[in-house]
Design a protein around this ligand. Structure first.
Ligand SMILES: Nc1ncnc2c1ncn2[C@@H]1O[C@H](COP(=O)(O)OP(=O)(O)O)[C@@H](O)[C@H]1O
Ligand SMILES: [Mg+2]
Length: 286
């Protein structure tokens, strides 16, 4: 029997309702699956045929430790996503690479600590850290709130973080799209409402996926998602086990990449018809 560990953590165990469902579905398929904390000191990763990162949602607070763990595990077994992909995807500066490759992305100014803080003068903007999840330390600012926006950038710099400054994508009220790919193939998509519903303040208790509903992507959305994934350098061993591409709509309605979720995305498997089954088959194919 093949052994597969699904990596989670304390927050994941509490919040990831899919985890027990996936463990049960893999076991029903004849795979010896267990859910285990990535920081469990006693677990024998090398004894696993594969390790699948599922809900290690605390990693942004301990990034260096998490990346070292991924390197260690990736060296002794088959890790999904691979450690190189995890490292690349953990910092949203990859958006600049996507943009350079011609993939439509949310226009982003990265301001590293020590760099001059110059903010766009027009329109509402978003300030957020380049390493983040769940809209942590992210906020939206009106033109009249530029002083607060600048203070936010400086606060991120004091913490050693690179700030991202983007125009607020107004059409996010029409739904941010989340396109899920399993084993390299499009599986299903969801739509969710805006997270930054008010301006001028950070609130780390915001709901990360408000109003999730099924979504049928159009050809433009599928094309942008495929183009984004084509930029990901996956070390030998075929396509990624899973990937989620989040898209916002530009003013003209064309899709642009908000982020690529290749580490521990909520995949909405139990909310999509056949999602769990396709995940299990993708794991079985590894
Ligand atoms: N430029 C933006 N315009 C509109 N909404 C944004 C923008 N940036 C972030 N948001 C909102 O904040 C949420 C979290 O931002 P995101 O870039 O996805 O980072 P993460 O999910 O990794 O914290 C998004 O789902 C979206 O609702
Ligand atoms: Mg997001």
């Amino acid at each position: 029997m093949k052994r597969v560990a699904l990596a989670t953590d304390e927050v994941g165990r509490e919040m990831d309702a899919e985890l027990p469902v996936l463990v049960a579905a893999l076991r029903a398929r004849g795979i010896d699956a267990v859910a285990v904390g990535w920081d469990d000191p006693g677990f024998d990763w090398a004894a696993q045929d594969a390790v699948v990162i599922r809900s290690t949602w605390e990693y942004t607070d301990r990034l260096a430790q998490f990346l070292a763990w991924a390197d260690r595990v990736g060296a002794v077994t088959s890790l999904h996503s691979p450690a190189e992909v995890v490292r690349w995807n953990s910092d949203k500066t990859y958006l600049a690479e996507l943009a350079a490759a011609g993939v439509p992305t949310v226009p982003t100014r990265f301001i590293a600590p020590g760099e001059a803080v110059r903010l766009p003068e027009d329109g509402e903007i978003v300030v957020k850290p380049s390493v983040s999840a769940g809209a942590r330390n992210s906020a939206r600012y009106t033109v009249a709130q530029r002083d607060a926006a600048e203070a936010h950038v400086r606060l991120l710099h004091e913490g050693g973080e690179t700030a991202m400054v983007q125009p607020y994508m107004e059409r996010i009220v029409d739904g941010e799209r989340a396109l899920v790919f399993l084993g390299g193939r499009f599986s299903h998509a969801m739509r969710k409402g805006p997270v930054l519903t008010d301006t001028g303040r950070v609130d780390n208790a915001r709901v990360p996926h408000p109003g999730v509903a099924g979504h049928t992507p159009d050809t433009a959305e599928l094309a942008v998602a495929a183009a984004a994934l084509a930029t990901v350098a996956v070390p030998a061993g075929g396509p990624l086990l899973y990937a989620r591409v989040d898209l916002a709509l530009a003013g003209d309605g064309s899709p642009v990449v908000m982020e690529l979720e290749l580490i521990e995305p909520n995949l909405f498997l139990t909310e999509a018809e056949g999602g769990v089954e396709r995940f299990v088959e993708a794991v079985a194919r590894l």
